[in-house]
Design a protein around this ligand. Structure first.
Ligand SMILES: Cc1cc2nc3c(=O)[nH]c(=O)nc-3n(C[C@H](O)[C@H](O)[C@H](O)COP(=O)(O)O)c2cc1C
Length: 180
């Protein structure tokens, strides 16, 4: 299918240890026929590489607000095309910034310019997930019709047990297909 006819999905990758799962999600989205554009935070780049997502998505990856190849900033150009923003993994930090309208990097700035659907796949230590600030931010976003998938219960990377594991890429894809 020509790229311009494909449905455009922006995959935001934030700095959670589950960022490796985002590569699988990216691949599954492309195989499902979506035009996938990836925006990574600086923390995500500490955990996984831009090249992985460039290769899997077959599109340039946005890692900086200031890396503008054409006259129109990428966060605005993409906002005109994207039907859905999925942030996976989604950190406590992103949830907090998005809930409070902060736009201090490419992903949070895009999120504020985006008018389509938003799906977040939180992933964090269970103590972070249960923090009252995170739960309050979550309720604020739910009241604005932001969709969530996960987190799931189980053992997290640091060894703790509880709610905090990112939903599996298959479950995130299924939710995306329901939403658009
Ligand atoms: C090894 C490592 C793993 C981390 N994993 C998580 C995580 O799973 N979830 C989370 O919310 N924060 C996690 N953090 C903390 C975030 O990276 C940190 O809050 C960062 O500011 C997030 O930035 P971002 O939301 O712009 O990506 C981790 C930090 C480190 C050093």
């Amino acid at each position: 299918m020509p790229e311009q006819k494909k449905r455009c999905v922006v995959l935001g990758v934030t700095g959670g240890i589950a960022a490796y799962k985002a590569a699988d999600l990216c691949s599954k989205l492309v195989q499902s026929g979506y035009d996938v554009h990836v925006i990574m935070t600086a923390a995500a780049l500490e955990l996984v590489t831009e090249r992985t997502f460039f290769t899997l998505s077959r599109n340039p990856v946005t890692v900086s607000l200031w890396d503008v190849p054409v006259w129109q900033p990428e966060h605005i150009a993409l906002a005109e095309r994207a039907e859905l923003l999925v942030v996976a993994p989604c950190t406590a930090n992103f949830i907090g910034k998005y809930a409070h309208g902060i736009a201090d990097d490419a992903l949070t700035t895009f999120a504020l310019a985006h008018t389509g659907k938003v799906l977040l796949a939180p992933a964090m230590n269970p103590r972070m997930w249960n923090n009252v600030a995170v739960q309050d931010n979550l309720k604020l976003l739910q009241s604005r019709c932001v969709e969530f998938v996960g987190p799931e219960a189980g053992r997290v990377a640091c060894g703790d047990d509880g709610l905090g594991r990112m939903a599996e890429p298959e479950a995130v894809l299924e939710k995306i297909c329901q939403l658009i």
